[in-house]
Design a protein around this ligand. Structure first.
Ligand code: H2U
Ligand code: ZN
Length: 346
């Protein structure tokens, strides 16, 4: 039924609905085409501000880092020190100061690597850096939430192909994690069980939307996915943030990040663009037993390396909509090889 008839699906993490219209996939497309292909890059680019030993825009020089490197963004959207001020808020005009810290995280000194082109033992260092940054930023009294993310590809607004992500840490908890947190807390109170533990158990029983899993992590297309090839990486054990992971779980996570990256690149034989982000419990001193940390991947590509989805029109004004079902996309990702197409012979 869900593969044939128009319906809407509910996202229990956000409380929002998505419209699914499976019969629409046959419509012709004569609109915008993205550029395709896999850009061959040098291993070191003298003009790149993230490569080891190079100058950044602000004049600082990057160290000769051997694996990963994090620094405070030279163009931070958030500042830890700004003059205190008060705005006379009322119910119609509300504003308040926001402070925080923005970090840039280089995944590798190699300009031509990406999570899909790195070895799992190299990506473990990225996971450890995320953990260390989360702990250090989270320990600060002026930080309440730490958002770790990666924008991959120019179509996602990424300014540089050098493998990197960002971290924005704020005093307040931003609206999306605040909503997910509140809904997970309500679920725990109502059911005496974690929302995502329950969800994962049901997904593993059905297997319909699972792409792959290892001992510690399951990769699946969520039932309520908005983006065509949206994926969630879920730790199989209940954990509120990545600091609770054991070394074995960290290397399983690194393995899963690489395996998913390869499948994504193979899907349309391209450097697959996406926005990926970790959702973890706030670090504002509260207790969040219902939080089950996880990673969301939101990729824009729809039917090929050149056709992307736009969240416009009805989706801007009413609700998100998709044509391909989550199940169809799970099959497509499941059937991809875990050998990167650039490494295949012939
Ligand atoms: P994106 O490619 O996702 O935009 O991330 C790159 C970030 O790197 C961006 O936020 C920062 C930009 O402000 N940056 C520096 O901090 N120093 C530089 O020398 C250039 C770019
Ligand atoms: Zn570089």
């Amino acid at each position: 039924m869900l593969q044939e008839h128009t319906h809407r699906r509910f996202n229990p993490l956000t409380g929002e609905w998505v419209l699914v219209s499976p019969h629409r996939t046959k419509r012709p497309w004569q609109g915008h085409q993205e550029s395709s292909g896999f850009e061959m890059l040098p291993s070191h680019d003298p003009g790149c501000y993230l490569c080891a030993g190079n100058f950044r825009a602000g004049g600082e020089v990057n160290p000769d880092y051997p694996d990963t490197f994090a620094f405070t963004n030279d163009f931070s959207a958030l500042l830890a020190d700004q003059p205190a001020f008060q705005f006379e808020s009322d119910d119609l005009f509300r504003a308040e100061p926001e402070t925080g810290i923005c970090r840039v995280v280089c995944f590798s000194p190699r300009h031509d690597r990406s999570l899909s082109r790195m070895r799992p033992d190299e990506v473990v260092k990225v996971v450890e850096l995320w953990r260390d940054e989360f702990s250090t930023l989270g320990a600060r009294p002026d930080i309440g939430y730490v958002q770790i993310f990666e924008n991959r590809g120019a179509s996602m607004g990424c300014s540089n192909p050098h493998p990197h992500g960002q971290i924005w840490a704020t005093r307040s908890v931003p609206s999306i994690p605040a909503t997910e947190g509140a809904r997970q807390a309500t679920h725990l109170a109502d059911h005496g069980e974690c929302l995502l533990c329950r969800y994962l158990e049901r997904e593993r029983q059905s297997g319909e939307r699972i792409i792959f899993e290892n001992e510690s992590v399951t990769a699946l297309v969520p039932f309520w996915a908005l983006w065509p090839f949206e994926v969630m990486l879920l730790p199989r054990e209940h954990m509120t943030d990545i600091t609770a992971m054991t070394p074995a779980q960290r290397s399983d996570l690194a393995e899963a990040l690489v395996r998913l990256g390869i499948r994504y690149d193979n899907l349309f034989q391209t450097s697959f663009p996406y926005s990926m982000g970790l959702h973890q419990q706030p670090v504002d001193g509260g207790a969040y037993p219902g939080w089950h940390w996880h990673i969301h991947y939101y990729p824009p590509l729809l039917r090929s390396a050149t056709v992307r989805k736009f969240m416009v029109g009805y989706e801007m004004f009413a609700m998100p909509q998709r044509d391909l079902t989550a199940e169809t996309c799970a099959v497509r990702l499941r059937e991809q090889s875990e050998t990167h197409f650039l490494d295949r012979e012939g």
